[in-house]
Write a protein that binds this ligand. Structure first.
Ligand code: SER
Length: 320
């Protein structure tokens, strides 16, 4: 049986991944690590909880020993837009933190999951059908940390045999915990605003195409990769994975099918626009499909219906 530690368990992905892993591997086998934000009651009551973060190597060691951890999911990061306002903090969590976790994993023979991102690409990357192996010269601090994390993960596998694995996630759409300070956050916010006010002011311009994925697929992707037969993994780290690609006009049109009087206007955030312009319009994820069977279940229509239903239930507001 695995003993898992999640770093960043109260974040957008971490909060749902922790519960997902507890359902699969058993509550007592999944330790939720958090930094400052108080964990939800569900997270705190359903299994072990430790105040531990990627920048505190001593505490990391202590927790790994205490629970005989053999697998670490490192979900800690500052998202792209917020990382531009705090580049030093983004580096500390995104590079020093990753290094700390890899060192602890080397010492205690743990496997490590590292989520990279579409942010690991930049303006000189081919932006359509972005290849798995291609030019990566990101111009954001978020992207710099993600490329460093990809390379460090490769290095620790090759040099020390640490079982590192990872994905390049696109924008993740979810209805439990809000993302915070990402360029792709609009694709979550639009649902809350559509249900609450039938109106959304979009910070990205029409034509800003980006890869996206619904949370259930993001959770399956992480588990499927970590459970994959290692002999089939040619890449191990930084697999491109995508489930859909759209721009604000396309997602707004999809929502309008269910809320006919929904309206969207624009108040473009220049920084988010500039970031989105350097990220892929759509990635080629054939390596993930071939090497470990990546096959997302949710496309735009199914994701939209589920998001509207879940958020309307959560807010207690009917949308039709
Ligand atoms: N969702 C992230 C962001 O927008 C991208 O990985 O920062």
């Amino acid at each position: 049986m695995k003993n898992i530690l999640i770093i960043g368990s109260v974040g957008q992905i971490g909060s749902e991944l922790t519960m997902h892993l507890r359902r699969i591997y058993g509550n007592d086998h999944v330790v939720a690590g958090y930094r400052s934000t108080q964990p939800s009651e569900e997270l705190a009551k359903s299994g072990p909880l430790e105040r531990v973060d990627a920048t505190d190597v001593e505490k990391l060691n202590e927790v790994v020993k205490k629970y005989k951890i053999d697998t670490i999911y490192n979900l800690a990061a500052l998202l792209s837009a917020v990382a531009e306002s705090k580049p030093q903090a983004a580096w500390n969590v995104g590079v020093n933190g990753v290094f700390n976790i890899l060192e602890v994993a080397r010492e205690h023979k743990c496997a490590v999951f590292f989520p990279s991102s579409i942010g690991a690409f930049g303006p000189t990357t081919p932006l359509d059908n972005t290849p798995q192996d291609t030019i990566q010269r990101p111009t954001t601090m978020y992207g710099v940390t993600k490329v460093a994390g990809e390379l460090l993960s490769d290095y620790y596998y090759k040099r020390f045999g640490v079982d590192t694995r990872g994905l390049r996630y696109p924008g993740i759409i979810s209805n439990v915990t809000l993302p915070g300070g990402g360029t792709t956050d609009y694709a979550v916010e639009i649902f809350y605003e559509a249900i609450k006010h039938k109106k959304f002011t979009c910070p990205l311009p029409a034509g800003a195409f980006l890869d996206m994925m619904y949370m259930p697929d993001a959770l399956d992707a992480a588990v499927d990769l970590m459970e994959a037969d290692p002999s089939k993994l040619k890449h191990r780290n930084a697999f491109n994975v995508s489930a859909m690609s759209f721009d604000p006009e396309i997602i707004a049109a999809e929502i309008k099918k269910h809320i006919p009087d929904f309206k969207m206007d624009y108040n473009v955030d220049p920084m988010k626009k500039a970031i989105a312009e350097t990220w892929p319009n759509s990635m080629d994820d054939s390596a993930a499909r071939k090497e470990w069977g990546w096959n997302p279940k949710y496309r735009l229509p199914e994701m939209t219906i589920d998001m509207l239903n879940m958020i309307s239930k959560k807010l207690g507001i009917k949308y039709k």
